[in-house]
Design a binder for this molecule. Structure first.
Ligand SMILES: *Cc1c(COP(=O)(O)O)cnc(C)c1O
Length: 379
């Protein structure tokens, strides 16, 4: 953050604690600036402990983690992968990296995530067309758990592995179990705007020891065991550095505080925006699910206002408050115009009516009131 921006309210800026510097200091003192080192091991241990996954591989980004996960699942040229239409483009891009095509599926209205009924329709139809699906990517958007019981049952019924994109969902739980532990392979992101950050980074989580070993191998240029540089398969330079992993260790000490604060911010918005008939804060948390409330999102009710999300965003901008539209559905993106899609009206409606509000865990209650006041003024 620049110093002249001190009163700008950002959507989700990094929130550093006090111990990141200790880990960095130790790494530099010990000359562990090389990519792999003790912070990397420590950070991976922290991630396993927190999510319950048996193995964590820290990588340079969440996108890299999705790419490696698809390779481990054997997805390749000509294959199809089911992707929710309502997500960030980074969920779908790696499908193209491996030469496969995404097949988009709409959201359901309660969690805004993958709709089980639409998923069944897509799996059935691709089978009928002789295009069996190679993997299903489940995303927990804005930190709200997807309907995992139904989705995992469908995946099992059709014999398709699930890749869990939990990039926005660290700290959320489904029936008491941490997200990031449900997929055959699961992915986290530590990008600067996520609930914790290493400035840039990601991780691949799995209970499969062979996949974890293979992911480390592919992420470090796929060197065969030999004293010289010997290569039999194509590798990548995807490992997180030991320095950035030090920031991650400091951040992981605070993850529970960060989730608690984001949930408080959501609750404050929900409470203070209740008098505005034109605004709906949500999605509400279904029983048994804990959202991490990475971002607080609102929907406008057109029957109560002529104001559009873009009008609101521009009004907030005049108060030096950053807000963003919800993710634009991928089936509506020019990049994926030719990809098959099942449904799409649910997420298109969310996009048309929705806005993300500033939700950083360093926000104060006064900051929340400032946003609410600006929204009230506009409406
Ligand atoms: C951020 C994000 C990613 C990608 O993570 P990076 O670390 O930025 O590469 C993937 N999927 C979703 C849903 C995300 O929000």
């Amino acid at each position: 953050m620049r110093s002249d921006d001190h009163d700008r309210l950002y959507l989700s800026p990094p929130h550093l604690g006090r111990h990141e510097l200790n880990y960095l200091h130790k790494a530099i003192e010990d000359n562990w600036v090389a990519p792999v080192g003790p912070n990397l091991d420590g950070f991976e241990r922290d991630l396993c402990q927190y999510t319950g996954a048996a193995h964590a591989v820290a990588l340079s980004s969440g996108t890299a983690a999705i790419h490696l996960a698809l390779l481990l699942l054997g997805v390749g040229p000509g294959d199809e992968v089911i992707v929710p239409s309502f997500t960030f483009v980074a969920t779908a891009n790696p499908v193209r990296y491996v030469g496969a095509e995404p097949v988009f599926v709409d959201s359901e209205a309660t969690t805004w995530n993958l709709c089980p009924a639409r998923l069944r329709e897509a799996l059935e139809d691709r089978r009928r067309l002789g295009r069996p699906v190679k993997a299903i990517i489940v995303v927990h958007l804005y930190g709200m758990p997807a309907r995992l019981t139904e989705l995992l049952a469908l995946a099992a019924e059709y014999g398709v592995p699930v890749l869990e994109d939990a990039a926005e969902a660290l700290g959320a739980q489904y029936q008491g179990q941490p997200l990031g532990s449900f997929g055959a392979l699961s992915v986290l992101s530590f990008n600067g705007n996520k609930i914790i950050t290493t400035s840039g980074g990601g991780a691949l989580l799995t209970n499969n020891a062979e996949w974890a070993r293979r992911a480390r191998f592919l992420a470090t240029q796929a060197r065969d065991e030999a004293p010289h540089y010997q290569h039999s398969v194509q590798g990548y330079n995807y490992r997180l550095s030991n320095l950035l992993a030090g920031i991650g260790r400091g951040q992981m000490e605070l993850i529970e505080d960060r989730v608690k604060r984001r949930r408080e911010i959501y609750a404050q918005y929900a409470e203070q925006l209740r008098p505005l008939a034109a605004v709906e804060v949500g999605p509400a948390e279904p029983a048994g699910l804990r959202a991490n409330r990475w971002l607080t999102t609102i929907l406008l009710r057109p029957e109560h206002t002529d104001c559009t999300p873009e009008d609101l965003r521009q009004h907030l901008e005049t108060h030096n408050i950053e807000a963003r539209p919800l993710w634009k559905p991928l089936h509506l993106q020019p990049l994926f115009a030719a990809s098959p899609a099942y449904g799409g009206s649910v997420c298109a409606d969310l996009f048309a009516r929705g806005l993300c509000l500033p939700s950083g865990s360093a926000m104060t209650s006064a900051d929340v009131r400032r946003v609410v006041q600006a929204l009230t003024e506009a409406l």
